[in-house]
Design a protein around this ligand. Sequence first.
Ligand SMILES: NC(=O)c1ccc[n+]([C@@H]2O[C@H](COP(=O)([O-])OP(=O)(O)OC[C@H]3O[C@@H](n4cnc5c(N)ncnc54)[C@H](OP(=O)(O)O)[C@@H]3O)[C@@H](O)[C@H]2O)c1
Length: 240
Amino acid sequence: MSRLALVTGGQRGIGAAISEGLLAAGRRVVASYAGNDAAAAEFTARTGIPCVKFDVSDFDACLAAVAKIEAEHGPIDILVNNAGITRDAMMRKQTREMWDAVIDTNLGSCFNMCKAVWEGMIERKFGRIVNIGSINGQAGQLGQVNYAAAKSGIHGFTKALALEGARYSITVNAVAPGYVDTEMVRAVPADVLEKIVARIPRGRLGTAQDIARGVVFLTADEADFITGSTLSINGGQHMY
Ligand SMILES: NC(=O)c1ccc[n+]([C@@H]2O[C@H](COP(=O)([O-])OP(=O)(O)OC[C@H]3O[C@@H](n4cnc5c(N)ncnc54)[C@H](OP(=O)(O)O)[C@@H]3O)[C@@H](O)[C@H]2O)c1
């Protein structure tokens, strides 16, 4: 049987493209989401990929969801921590709630989900984990102390966990997208977006498929020697 992949936030935006890319690569895929039932139903109808609703910032909910998915579909060999949110505001207007929401959803979720699959991957001596970071975690961004901290944290988390996983053939990598044409970026005011695109050497926003391609590459069985790395997919905007 082909390997099972779980993509958090996998029914919309970049996550949907990742789910579809993994399916096209011959994986079985389950997508998770937070609350957008309409998008989940439409996605499942279109792709046949089942969607499971739970909050990735809730540790117990993650453990329960993974146990249920594995009971129904078998062990999860590929985990893509893609779910994320923004709550942008300059420091003067940032609230503790905005900080907590972004840290818990974007970074806490990586701990929650990795913890849920980790023992199984160790036992089977195989795993592929990809965490979705961001160019703004590498470079910082105005109005995003919360988001930049969470995404920067993901890059450190990835390297540390990669060291632990290496002896078990579990690879842990990050993908750092630049600006991608999804609802998250469509929320940016048009004049600001215009200035952002002007700074992208490739001259356009990324597509969700541009990012998915990198995730499919990093989760291949053959990608065994790539671990602890961050793949920047950003049209040349910021080079690391
Ligand atoms: N778009 C960009 O330009 C860009 C750039 C760099 C990095 N990224 C990162 O790429 C990832 C995907 O971004 P996107 O633009 O595709 O976002 P999006 O279109 O807003 O989709 C976000 C996805 O995450 C899910 N989600 C949000 N909070 C959740 C929670 N608490 N529990 C479970 N699922 C949750 C959403 O589920 P519902 O549909 O149910 O709400 C949705 O499926 C994020 O980590 C983002 O930070 C995006």
